[in-house]
Design a protein around this ligand. Structure first.
Ligand code: SF4
Length: 336
């Protein structure tokens, strides 16, 4: 019989407090201004078009919730969970889904082997430290009496064998939150990459103490200092408003953002729109934008972020909308 494992956390995980996720804390350590206010309203299609990673994470969550990993045939139970997850998001396959789905299924037995070692497995449980206002949601926590494992599922393709400092920091904070919630320090902390498999991380009480010291120092930093860089800015919630980022981006070798005045709008039969954006010294097409997001008129000022470069022949230098992209029309913080 399984023992009941209960996380000892505050239940107030609402947005009434300005909780800091490990990702936000890491960005704060790189750029103090990232915790500043968001002024402009942006629109994105992410809610309607989840990316492959979101669907894969939901599938694993359903698989764990239904104890599918303990089944005699965990792979087919995961296939069922994948279908259920996809249906929850409207049934349409996101970009890159066939590869992500195939990788996830091919790793199902490896993941199941990790999970069945636990008396109890939690998936996507929100863990809080109200004192430091830290909030983390580890993908998987495998619990036994006296030990625990933290597993973070990564669906993106890892080209390198090593993990970035931001991922190591994220999992170190997760280990801290797990100890706070369950009273047991994780003896196993790892990334499970769908293309590389298990990628263990060394987390000790000393590395946790260092990470918490970093959090404390970051909290004291001068919030007026902005340090724009492609990696730090990419998912910053202040991107649309942040002028230092817009000043720096034209010099980035592979920038993913465009701003300027709308010169022309073209709409395709499939509903997608393309916008020609004029900025000082350049004229850029941004294509593949969901038509319902383009309500602006020619002459309006626009900022678009998290685009990717179009490689289509004859379209060199152009940009394309991605499921993570966002845009804002006439943002108040954009100079006239
Ligand atoms: S957009 Fe970049 S520079 Fe601006 S606050 Fe965010 S991380 Fe800092």
């Amino acid at each position: 019989m399984r023992r009941a494992f209960t996380a000892d956390v505050s239940t107030d995980s609402s947005n009434s407090r300005d909780w800091l996720s490990p990702t936000r804390v890491w960005r704060l350590t790189q750029c103090p201004a990232s915790v500043g206010p968001v002024v402009s309203t942006s629109v994105a299609a992410l809610k309607d078009s989840p990316n492959a990673g979101i669907v894969a994470h939901r599938a694993v969550q359903l698989w764990i919730k239904g104890d599918g990993y303990r089944d005699a045939d965990p792979r087919s139970r995961l296939a069922d969970a994948i279908s259920a997850a996809l249906a929850e998001f409207g049934g349409e396959s996101p970009v890159g889904w066939p590869t992500t789905r195939a990788r996830l299924l091919s790793r199902s037995l490896e993941i199941a082997e990790l999970l069945v070692t636990g008396e109890h497995v939690e998936s996507e449980q929100v863990l809080l430290d109200p004192v430091r206002t830290l909030r983390g949601t580890p993908d998987i926590v495998v619990l036994n009496t006296g030990d625990a494992a933290v597993i973070d599922l990564k669906t993106q393709t890892f080209k390198e064998e090593s993990l970035s400092p931001s991922i190591v920091f994220q999992l170190t904070i997760y280990a801290y939150l797990v100890e706070l919630a369950y009273g047991v320090f994780p003896n196993q902390v790892e990334v499970f990459s769908l293309n590389r498999g298990r990628m263990p991380i060394v987390v000790t009480p000393a590395t946790v103490a260092n990470a918490l010291a970093t959090v404390e120092q970051a909290g004291k930093a001068d919030k007026s200092i902005a340090n724009p860089s492609p990696e730090t800015c990419r998912y910053c919630r202040r991107r649309i408003d942040c002028q230092p980022q817009w000043d720096a981006a034209p010099l980035w070798p592979s920038r993913d953002c465009v701003e300027g005045a709308i010169e022309r709008i073209e709409r395709a039969a499939n509903g997608a729109a393309a916008i020609l954006v004029r900025s000082p010294g350049s004229l850029q097409w941004v294509g593949g934008i969901p038509g319902d997001l383009v309500s602006a008129s020619v002459g309006a000022r626009i900022r678009l972020v998290r685009l990717y470069r179009s490689d289509l022949a004859g379209d060199s230098g152009g940009f394309k909308w991605s499921p993570q992209s966002a845009l804002a029309v006439n943002p108040a913080t954009m100079p006239a």
